[in-house]
Design a protein around this ligand. Structure first.
Ligand SMILES: Cc1cc2nc3c(=O)[nH]c(=O)nc-3n(C[C@H](O)[C@H](O)[C@H](O)COP(=O)(O)OP(=O)(O)OC[C@H]3O[C@@H](n4cnc5c(N)ncnc54)[C@H](O)[C@@H]3O)c2cc1C
Length: 471
């Protein structure tokens, strides 16, 4: 392996959104920063590729970016100067039902409340204070330690957010359809909806939809990763790809090392000299269920029964609150769910660069047992057929990844867990171990900066930013 120097001020391992964010932050402080990535391209969970047919561009992992567009760190970087373009679908989210009707989260809070009928007032009362102050709320929520800059707003949020999604939905909403809409949002937590603080995910995703939208990246999520890498190189940073780091000896000498990997991987990297007690604490880190992910090249747009779904970037397919709840519970307990809750995006409807003329792309995943090698693409397609009869007839080609295959694609997705570890209330703030500065390992100059650290999963770069800033 040849590096430009024998010694660097800082070396970052892993060029996911958090590794890239750490590298950029470090470059502001230091002269020489090296970023090393196992794959030939940068991006981690923000890569795009022709997974099916030539000219059809698919997001391999992340596709929808409310967290990236609102990330206080990414906003500082002015990534449009490095080629990043956001596209806002007309409607962030649709949630169809079997009878051809659908509920939607519109960009406007008031328009959303209008279509919720008897629940409109309660929806408005729940969300308005947070939507109106979304920047302040997000800057506090997406932080390592809950020492808020806006304590009254956070206290108000905490009162609702600490509820289970089930209790909150039952207490606030009369209609089973509004409850189902909320379940689909809260289900992104990937933990059973009767657990404490699952309401937080539902509230936060709704606030993001109204506050900043749920945009996609023009040309694919790779555009975000490429903009970050251009930004880093522009500041004088060095990137080496195609190097899988198995031991400290694979890297040049440096004053500081940052690892965009999860605890299990860090434990397997040789020569780091971590203490036994720290290794034992890391080994107790808990991972969550996996996902089964499918991408399709289609000959036409998805023929939704509910017309409004054609205007939505993201569609949640799961039916009622109870069905979604059962699907999450099954995946969490390691059971296959025959009627899965599916998160679907249809980027080519809003971004013609994703497919050749007339063609379309679709992206979907469902939760699945941790580590399962079973490909449940057929069950996902069955779910889509329920709301869009004729979907299967449009498939030109597809690509699918079971949870086990997801981990082979990117070792950070241990057992197919896309959040870098379970995000229950305790582990959300004690990731990877309970500490005032959880990014620091037992070795003074070695840090962990992946989504296994606060504020957790998603493409926002804030784990990398806070790790590097707090150095
Ligand atoms: C199917 C799926 C859908 C998702 N959808 C969304 C979404 O729509 N919106 C959203 O915000 N988030 C989404 N996510 C989550 C998001 O992708 C992750 O939370 C995010 O990418 C985590 O960033 P990271 O930098 O911590 O790790 P990663 O993005 O996983 O990057 C880690 C990098 O480190 C490299 N690496 C690992 N080990 C080594 C080693 N030993 N040597 C060298 N390099 C190494 C890997 O190759 C990888 O490039 C999704 C994830 C998946 C899998």
């Amino acid at each position: 392996m040849s590096f430009a120097r024998d010694h660097y001020d800082a070396v970052v391992v892993g060029a996911g959104p958090n590794g890239l964010a750490a590298a950029i932050t470090l470059k502001r402080k230091f002269r020489s920063v090296l970023l090393v990535e196992a794959k030939e391209t940068v991006g981690g969970g923000a890569r795009s590729a022709e997974l099916t047919l030539p000219g059809f561009i698919h997001d391999v992992c992340s596709a929808v970016h409310p967290l990236a567009v609102s990330s206080p760190f990414f906003r500082q970087l002015e990534l449009h100067r490095y080629g990043l373009e956001w596209i806002q679908p007309e409607i962030p989210l649709a949630h169809p039902f079997g009878d051809g009707e659908a509920l939607c989260l519109h960009r406007s809070l008031a328009s959303t409340a209008d279509v919720l009928g008897p629940d409109g007032k309660a929806y408005m009362a729940l969300l308005q204070p947070f939507v109106e102050n979304h920047e302040r709320l997000l800057s506090d929520v997406l932080k390592p330690l809950p020492i808020p800059e806006h304590p009254f707003l956070m206290a108000r949020f905490g009162l609702k957010a600490l509820c289970s999604a089930k209790n909150l939905a039952e207490a606030k909403f009369q209609s089973s359809r509004t409850r189902a809409l909320f379940a689909g949002l809260a289900a992104h937590a990937m933990i059973p909806l009767n657990q404490t603080a699952t309401a937080a995910f539902g509230i936060l995703l709704a606030v993001l939809a109204h506050g900043v939208g749920w945009p996609i990246v023009k040309g694919g999520s790779q555009g975000l990763a490429d903009a970050l890498s251009h930004c880093f190189r522009d500041k004088g940073g060095e990137i080496q790809t195609g190097i899988t780091v198995g031991s400290r000896g694979d890297l040049p000498r440096a004053d500081h090392y940052f690892f965009d990997v999860t605890p299990r991987q860090l434990l397997n990297i040789g020569g780091l000299d971590l203490t036994e007690s720290y290794r034992s604490r890391l080994s107790r880190f808990r991972y969550g269920p996996g996902v089964c992910k499918v991408d399709w090249a289609l000959s036409a747009p998805i023929p939704w029964k509910a017309e409004v779904c054609r205007k939505a970037g993201t569609v949640h397919l799961g039916g009622s609150f109870e069905e979604i709840e059962a699907s999450i519970r099954d995946a969490h307990a390691g059971r296959k769910c025959v009627s899965p809750y599916v998160v679907l995006t249809q980027p080519s409807l809003f971004d013609p660069t994703r497919a050749p003329q007339g063609g379309h792309t679709a992206w979907a995943y469902c939760h699945a047992p941790h580590g399962s090698g079973e490909d449940v693409a057929d069950l996902i397609e069955g779910r889509i057929e329920q709301y869009a009869p004729g979907f299967r007839g449009l498939i030109l080609a597809k690509s699918s990844l079971s949870p086990a295959a997801m981990e082979r694609y990117n070792p950070n997705y241990v057992g197919g867990d896309i959040n870098g570890g379970l995000q229950d209330l305790f582990q959300l703030y004690s990731r990877p171990v309970l500490s005032l500065f959880p990014y620091r390992t037992s070795k003074k100059n070695i840090y962990i900066c992946s989504s296994s650290t606060p504020p957790g999963g998603g493409v926002h770069g804030l784990c990398g930013y806070y790790a590097a800033r707090g150095l």
